[in-house]
Design a binder for this molecule. Structure first.
Ligand code: FAD
Length: 437
C-alpha cells in the first residue's frame, strides 16, 4: 500500500488475487479501527471477496500492537485449552466457540504464513522470532495490499447519520477535527479497542456513541494494571525499578507466582496483573485490598525458621537472612515495610513474614498505563456471532468487547479469535443477503 500524503490515506490496495466471488457482486465492508482486531477482520473479509475500507483515527495503524512489541510481542501461548479458557473468567462462555475455532496453533500458522517465524519461550509463551511487532505488521500490511483493502487514516468514527451511513471526522494539517465524511458499506466491523493507553488510539470514546444508541456498554476499568501501594521513602529511593523474582502473591483464594517490579507507586508485573480482577472487586467495597507476598515460595516456613535459628555470630541481621534464605536485597527491604524499617527479632517471626508479608493495595493504576481494560460492549448486546442485536450488519471484535484476561498471550489470542468469528459471520451474512454463492 502507498501513503497518499495529501489525503492522509493509505490506498492503492487493488485486488491482485482473483476474488472468490463475482466482481459485479462484490460486497463492501467497513472496518472501524486498524488495531489487530480490525486488521484481522479486514484480512478475513478481503480474502473472502469483500472490498474493504478500514478507518483509523490515528495517523498510523496498530500503534498499540507496535507498543506491545516493545517488551517482546507475546503473540499467544501453549497453555492447554481448558486452562487457557479459564483465564477469561466469566467471559469464557462467550469466547469459547471463537477460541476453539482460532487456536494458538492457528495463530502461529498465521504468523508463519506471513513468513514470520515464532518460538516458544521457557514460560510456554509464544513470540515472533524477531520478538518485535513491526516486521510482522509490515508483512501483514503487505499481504493486505494484495487484496481490495484501503486504509483511511485520521478518520475518527462518530456514529451513524439519519440514513444509516457511517459518519467520521477527519483532521486538518493542524490536527483540528473537521466535520464529517460519510460512508456506506454492506457490513461493518467495529474494532476500536478498549480504553487503556488512550494516546495510542483506543480512547474508548465510542462507548458514549453506542450507549446513546441503546447498546449496553460495561464501564471500563484498568486491567493488567500495577498495584498501588504506599511504600516508605527508603524503599522507593533505593529500590524503585528493581525486580523481585520468584514470588507468590495471594489475595484471598486467588494467587499467582512470578516476578514483580518495585515502582515508586507500588508493584507491577505479570504476577500483579493476575490479581487485578479480585483486587478490583475488593476495592469496590473497601479502601484497600490486603495482599500477601510469599517471598520464598519454594521453601517451607519451617525450613526457613530452622535456617534463621542457626547462630548468626557477629553478622548483621540482613546478612544473616540473605545467607540463610537466599533472599535478594529488595526482597529483604520489603520485609522491613510493615515495621517501618525494623525487622522482627525471632527466627520464626521473620520466617512467618517471609512466607506471608501483608501489603495494602489502595488502587489499581490508571487506564492511561494499564496494558488492557476490562469492560466494553456487553455480551448481552451481541449475538453469538458478535453482531449487535439492535443493529443488523454491525459486528464487534477485539478488546471492544467486555472481556479481560491476564498477560501471557491471552489478549491477542482472543482479539484475533473474536475478529475471525465476527468477520466470518459478517461474510456469511453479506453473502446470504446479497444472495452470493
Ligand atoms: C504496553 C502493552 C503491551 C502489551 N503486550 C501484549 C502482549 O505481549 N501480548 C498480548 O497478547 N497483548 C498485549 N497487549 C494488549 C494488546 O496490544 C491488545 O489487547 C490489542 O492491541 C487489542 O487489539 P484491538 O484491535 O482490539 O484494539 P487496539 O489495538 O486498541 O486497536 C483499536 C484501534 O481502533 C482505533 N480507534 C479507536 N477509536 C476509533 C474511532 N472512533 N474511529 C476510528 N478508529 C478508532 C484506535 O486508534 C486503534 O488503532 C499489550 C498492550 C500494551 C498497552
Amino acid at each position: 500500500m502507498d501513503f497518499d500524503e495529501k489525503h492522509g490515506v493509505l490506498v492503492d490496495a487493488v485486488a491482485t488475487d482473483s476474488p472468490k466471488i463475482a466482481v459485479n457482486a462484490k460486497p463492501t465492508a467497513a472496518i472501524i479501527g486498524a488495531g489487530p482486531a480490525g486488521l484481522m477482520a479486514a484480512q478475513r473479509l478481503a480474502e473472502g471477496g469483500c472490498a474493504v475500507t478500514i478507518f483509523e483515527r490515528k495517523a498510523a495503524p496498530a500503534r498499540k500492537f507496535l507498543m506491545a512489541g516493545r517488551g517482546g510481542l507475546n503473540l499467544t501461548h501453549t497453555t492447554a485449552a481448558d486452562a487457557a479458557l479459564a483465564k477469561y473468567g466469566e467471559a469464557a462462555q462467550h469466547l469459547s466457540a471463537a477460541l476453539e475455532k482460532f487456536t494458538p496453533d492457528d495463530m502461529r500458522a498465521w504468523a508463519h504464513g506471513l513468513s514470520q517465524g515464532t518460538f516458544v519461550g521457557t514460560s510456554g509463551r509464544v513470540f515472533p522470532k524477531t520478538l518485535k511487532a513491526s516486521p510482522l505488521l509490515r508483512a501483514w500490511l503487505r499481504h493486505l495490499g494484495y487484496f481490495d483493502v484501503s486504509l483511511r487514516l485520521k478518520h475518527r468514527w462518530t456514529g451513524w447519520d439519519d440514513t444509516g451511513r457511517l459518519t467520521f471526522t477527519t483532521e486538518d494539517a493542524n490536527g483540528q477535527e473537521q466535520t464529517s465524511n460519510t460512508f456506506v458499506a454492506d457490513i461493518t466491523v467495529l474494532a476500536m479497542g478498549g480504553a487503556s493507553w488512550p494516546n495510542l488510539g483506543s480512547d474508548g470514546r465510542w462507548a458514549d456513541i453506542l450507549k446513546a444508541r441503546g447498546v449496553g456498554v460495561v464501564p471500563f476499568a484498568p486491567s493488567n494494571a500495577a498495584l498501588c501501594i504506599s511504600w516508605s521513602d527508603q524503599l522507593k529511593s533505593k529500590f524503585a525499578g528493581t525486580p523481585v523474582k520468584n514470588i507468590a502473591i495471594t489475595s484471598g483464594e486467588t494467587g499467582a507466582v512470578g516476578e514483580a517490579v518495585i515502582t515508586s507507586q507500588g508493584l507491577e508485573g505479570g504476577v500483579c496483573y493476575a490479581l487485578n480482577p479480585v483486587v478490583r472487586d475488593e476495592l469496590r467495597s473497601a479502601a484497600s485490598a490486603t495482599l500477601h507476598l510469599d517471598l520464598k515460595p519454594d521453601m517451607s516456613e519451617d525450613v526457613i525458621a530452622e535456617r534463621l535459628a542457626r547462630p548468626r555470630g557477629s553478622q548483621a541481621q540482613t546478612n544473616h537472612i540473605r545467607k540463610a534464605t537466599g533472599l535478594s536485597a529488595p526482597a529483604i527491604a520489603l520485609l522491613r515495610e510493615p515495621g517501618r524499617g525494623a525487622l522482627p527479632h525471632g527466627a520464626s517471626e521473620v520466617a512467618a513474614l517471609i512466607k506471608s508479608l501483608p501489603l495494602k493495595c489502595t488502587a489499581l493504576s490508571g487506564l492511561d498505563r494499564a496494558i488492557s481494560s476490562a469492560g466494553g460492549v456487553s455480551f448481552s448486546a451481541v449475538g453469538a456471532d458478535y453482531m449487535l442485536k439492535d443493529r443488523p450488519g454491525v459486528f464487534v471484535a477485539g478488546e471492544m468487547l467486555d472481556w479481560e484476561a491476564p498477560t501471557g498471550g491471552y489478549l491477542l489470542q482472543a482479539t484475533f479469535a473474536t475478529a475471525i468469528a465476527a468477520s466470518d459471520a459478517a461474510l456469511d451474512r453479506v453473502k446470504a443477503t446479497l444472495k452470493i454463492a
